[in-house]
Design a protein around this ligand. Structure first.
Ligand code: B16
Ligand code: MG
Length: 217
């Protein structure tokens, strides 16, 4: 029986990857090189610090600690401008239906995200009230694929890891869920997320009956 449900944010609840991409691209251009959408795939589920390290590797750029810190802030300020006007129209299809069903059935719900901007994003799109716990980039010390984020979320929900389900769009996130001994459900491409126990393209493929079977089993 599954008693706790943990959602990743970017790529599962909302598509903020497109805004992260624009902000990283702006920084890359400012530093004199380009950054493609394909390269942005490497950034999904990855912490802001690690993203900048990868970006600098792509551009073959060295940075002093001071430059590194400045660029981290610049990217985030730029990203915050992109997400400023986000609203409910940016919620990915059928996510509210699943959240609503879980809440109606008193199943605790947590967020397990690498983002340090997770809470304001959930507020902007009007989904914050569904969440019993928020574990994000502000609470964890080890990034996915380390299971820390999901283990902490399970602890806050007071549910043992084996009874939790994780929805994830990133390979590192699926690996983190597996390492936490939780049921991993990949949201996205079947070839990319092959390590997940189950894979769906998006929530429109996840029926309410299926969720019901998980919580009743
Ligand atoms: P921030 P998730 C991740 O969100 C994004 O996929 C990743 O691209 C981003 O770098 C990371 O959050 C940190 O975000 O800069 O807002 O702290 O998929 O774990 O919800
Ligand atoms: Mg994600």
């Amino acid at each position: 029986m599954k008693r706790g449900f943990i959602f990743d944010l970017d790529g599962v609840i909302v598509d903020t990857a497109k805004y992260h991409y624009l902000a990283w691209k702006n920084l890359a251009n400012q530093l004199g090189f380009d950054f493609t959408k394909e390269q942005n795939e490497l950034f999904k589920g990855v912490s802001r610090k690690r993203c900048l390290e990868i970006l600098l590797e792509i551009g073959n750029r060295e940075a002093t600690q001071e430059e590194f810190d400045t660029w981290m802030v610049e990217k985030n300020v730029d990203y915050l401008k992109y997400i400023e006007n986000m609203d409910a129209s940016e919620i990915l299809p059928d996510v509210p239906r699943v959240l609503e069903f879980l809440q109606e059935n008193n199943i605790p719900i947590a967020l397990g995200s690498a983002s340090k901007n997770a809470q304001p994003i959930l507020e902007k799109v009007g989904l914050l009230h569904y969440f019993d716990a928020i574990v994000d980039g502000n609470n964890v010390t080890k990034a996915k694929p380390d299971p820390e984020v999901f283990l902490l979320a399970a602890k806050q929900l007071n549910v043992i890891p084996e009874n939790c389900v994780v929805f994830e769009d990133a390979v590192a996130g699926v690996q983190a869920a597996n390492a936490a001994k939780m049921m991993s459900i990949g949201i996205g491409d079947k070839n990319v997320l092959a390590e997940a126990q189950l894979i769906f393209t998006d929530f429109t493929e996840i029926s309410t009956n299926f969720i019901k079977s998980l919580i009743e089993k």
